[in-house]
Design a binder for this molecule. Sequence first.
Ligand code: HEC
Ligand code: HEC
Ligand code: HEC
Ligand code: HEC
Ligand code: HEC
Length: 215
Amino acid sequence: MPQIFPKKANNLPVVSLVGTMFGGVLLILLVWYYFSPDFLWTGYQPSQPVEFSHRLHAGELGMDCQYCHNWVEVSSHANVPSTQTCMNCHNQIQTQSLKLLPVRESWASGRPIEWVKVHHLPDYAHFSHAGHVDAGVGCETCHGQISEMEVVYQAESLSMGWCLECHRQPELYLRPNEEITTMNYVQPADFVERNLERIREQGIQPPTNCSACHY
Ligand code: HEC
Ligand code: HEC
Ligand code: HEC
Ligand code: HEC
Ligand code: HEC
């Protein structure tokens, strides 16, 4: 989907209203109203320097996400893999493929492949993978059916309203940690009860105060 307006244009009504705002409660309600989960950025799908397919690697070949995106459970960023990770296989598989020429060139020169970032949060909003993955939020919940994507696109809005929808009711979204990278996860019938129990036991409490995400 082509992106028609710059990302910030969506926020202009809020900015002008904030100037004339009085009570804090009213401000919060308006902010929530304006940041409904719909967002122009959804569907953003830049083309990449290599025709790398998640549908093939994570889908058909069944590779685990963490083979390539390691450290998500301990780090704020989910690494995009280095050329070496690709060459673990592609020094033997499809060694003459033209599609893999940029990968072989990167390996020979030591210059990393310049993957185009798909998901962006603005600098004023802070997000870390580790806390989410450890608390049982699956990749699929935030990134969609990656294992069916030929080219990755942004499946969810990543708007503030979207973050808060889950932060207010995490019991609707969590799954056991061994299912974090599972695609097409099927929720058991009693998943809300199980999640409520886990939330109580582990004291899971996603923040809704402004300063948790804006500092
Ligand atoms: C063989 C390695 C490999 C595997 C396995 C893999 N990925 Fe990726 N992933 C990549 C590469 C390379 C990129 C950067 C290029 C692109 O966007 O396609 C990427 C990009 C992404 C992005 C977009 C990052 C951004 O720029 O915002 C997401 C999200 C993602 N992968 C999630 C997953 C998930 C979820 C799985 C498991 C279902 C998975 N990946 C499995 C290699 C892999
Ligand atoms: C709670 C939502 C959420 C979950 C769960 C999640 N991600 Fe992300 N992911 C994001 C957001 C938001 C960004 C953009 C971060 C930014 O721009 O600062 C992102 C960015 C990425 C990127 C690009 C590199 C980076 O860190 O900016 C990759 C790769 C990625 N995610 C892979 C994964 C994988 C693999 C999993 C599962 C193990 C996963 N994500 C789980 C929300 C999530
Ligand atoms: C675990 C092994 C493995 C890893 C790691 C791996 N691939 Fe692959 N890749 C394959 C296999 C198997 C095929 C399918 C080969 C075929 O169709 O004959 C393939 C096919 C491809 C193709 C299509 C080639 C063509 O000409 O059709 C591209 C492009 C590709 N991989 C890119 C990458 C990139 C980029 C990475 C690193 C981010 C990567 N692969 C990591 C196993 C791997
Ligand atoms: C599907 C559910 C879900 C979504 C979507 C989600 N979160 Fe969270 N978030 C959680 C859970 C669960 C926790 C963990 C709370 C705990 O461990 O007490 C958390 C914790 C956090 C924390 C505090 C802990 C940390 O990791 O620093 C911040 C900040 C945060 N989230 C920001 C965001 C932002 C920004 C977004 C949107 C881009 C977002 N979250 C989207 C569920 C979610
Ligand atoms: C769970 C994390 C989270 C919490 C809590 C949160 N925000 Fe946000 N906020 C975000 C994210 C993510 C964005 C960026 C969304 C986007 O890219 O559209 C954002 C964007 C904004 C913007 C838009 C800035 C602009 O460009 O004009 C304002 C204003 C804002 N937040 C105010 C608040 C206020 C006030 C609160 C407290 C009531 C709050 N936020 C609480 C995550 C959060």
